[in-house]
Design a protein around this ligand. Structure first.
Ligand code: PGA
Ligand code: ZN
Length: 412
């Protein structure tokens, strides 16, 4: 099945900033659209998101150059190629770009095309996308790592830890997991309101009140779990510190509170939180260049909890390989736009699974109605998915897609 046409578009994301979409059309007239997301606390080793830097449009954030690269370069490169051969398509774009970080064509342009071709190919074969990606293996829906309280770069409050998430670890179905999380989310809102705190939300839909300290935030989460009729055996807590944002020259300086740590001090701080709260996962506990710190933290905490590398690994197989050798972390966050093609995304998931690292497929803080990551999570049997609060349509698009997939899997 040949690719007949590819078109790029400048769309907007959930923060109202431009992003890139692509539509692929195949010879049998099947067509499919994919829209790429955009991060705020981006890792420094991520593939390049090409922006126009034209101050007259969208404060320099326009994506017309990336769109032009789709319409002028990538489309003629791929028209006539086999749509079912995703690896060849992605490889051709990588070679045409010919830079380390996809900065010539833009990872936003390349990924939009990569995803749209896969979606069109699945549609043309009349296969659900998750099946097209994962093949004929047993598939189950993931456990959500649901962000219900926002801080860091995603909220205008005084909290430095970026994400406080809940994980319903004992529910049997995704449908149940979503219900439990949503009930806890609403209870948290009521508890905050009762204390006269703000119920406004951050970029990923979690509440974003000002709170005296991190422990106070964690106590609110535990209270919300218990008041909803659950307990901390069945619902656990996960954090994303996003601490690369605090890291400067060997020191961690929390920008909002002004607290300062070295990697040992920060690891001790996490240990203290672990001893008091049902935390089972910490993401980016240390910075993206602090391999020494990561090794230390993994030795200290790696047997007790999940330590997730996001900015550390940036969905890059080479960085993950380095991390594995160095004993850094035991899990990897998977964000397709950090690496820029579908094939590389699936490949790093397989690599992580082979080496006993857990995988968590993730949205970005600036996201869209595109639900592609839900299909990746199921198709690749990723244990977990991170896609924000149970509100804001760019987040619920993924949850609703997972509900649909689960019902299809049950009927299968
Ligand atoms: P980002 O945040 O999309 O702003 O990078 C998500 C995360 O850090 O996990
Ligand atoms: Zn993160």
């Amino acid at each position: 099945m040949k690719i007949r046409d590819i078109k790029g578009y400048e769309f907007i994301d959930s923060r109202g900033n431009p992003t890139v979409a692509a539509k692929a059309v195949l010879d049998d007239n099947t067509s499919a659209l994919a829209i790429v997301p955009s991060g705020a606390s981006t890792g420094k080793f991520e593939a390049c998101e090409l922006r126009d830097n034209d101050a007259d449009r969208y404060f320099g954030k326009g994506t017309l150059r990336a769109v032009e690269n789709i319409n002028e370069v990538i489309s003629s490169l791929l028209i006539g190629d086999e749509a079912y051969d995703q690896a060849a398509i992605d490889d051709k774009m990588i070679r045409c770009d010919a830079t380390e970080n996809k900065s010539r064509l833009g990872a936003n342009a390349i990924l939009a095309v990569s995803l749209s071709v896969a979606r069109a190919a699945a549609k043309s074969l009349k296969l659900p996308l998750y099946r097209y990606l994962g093949g004929s293996v047993k598939m189950t829906a993931p456990v959500p790592m649901m962000n219900i309280l926002n801080g860091g770069a995603h909220a205008a409050n005084n909290i430095d830890i970026q994400e406080f998430m809940i994980m319903p670890v004992t529910c049997k179905s995704f449908k149940e997991r979503l219900r439990v999380c949503s009930e806890i989310y609403h209870t948290l809102g009521r508890l905050l309101k009762a204390e006269g705190l703000s119920c406004g939300v951050g970029d990923e839909g979690g509440f974003a009140p000002d709170l005296d300290n991190d422990s106070y935030a964690l106590e609110f989460l535990v209270k919300a779990i218990e008041k909803s009729g659950y307990n901390t055996e069945s619902v656990k807590i996960a954090l994303d510190a996003a601490s690369s944002e605090w890291y400067d020259n060997g020191a961690y300086k929390m920008p909002k509170r002004g607290t300062e740590f070295d990697y040992k001090g920060l690891t001790e701080y996490y240990e203290e939180l672990l001893s008091k709260y049902p935390i089972i996962s910490i993401e980016d506990g240390l910075g993206e260049t602090d391999f020494e710190g990561w090794k230390y933290m993994t030795e200290k905490l790696g047997k007790r909890i999940q330590l997730v590398g996001d900015d550390l690994f940036v969905t890059d197989e080479k960085r993950l390989e380095e991390g594995i050798k160095n004993g850094s972390g035991n899990a990897i966050l998977i964000k397709p736009n950090q690496i820029g093609t579908l094939s590389q995304t699936l490949s790093v998931i397989r690599f992580a699974q082979k080496h006993g690292y857990k995988t968590i497929v993730s949205h970005r803080s600036g996201d869209t109605e595109d639900s592609f990551i839900a299909d990746i999570a199921v198709g690749m049997n990723s244990e977990q998915i991170k896609t924000g609060a149970p509100q804001r349509s760019e987040r619920t698009a993924k949850y609703n897609r997972l509900l649909l997939i689960e019902s299809e899997l049950e009927a299968f």
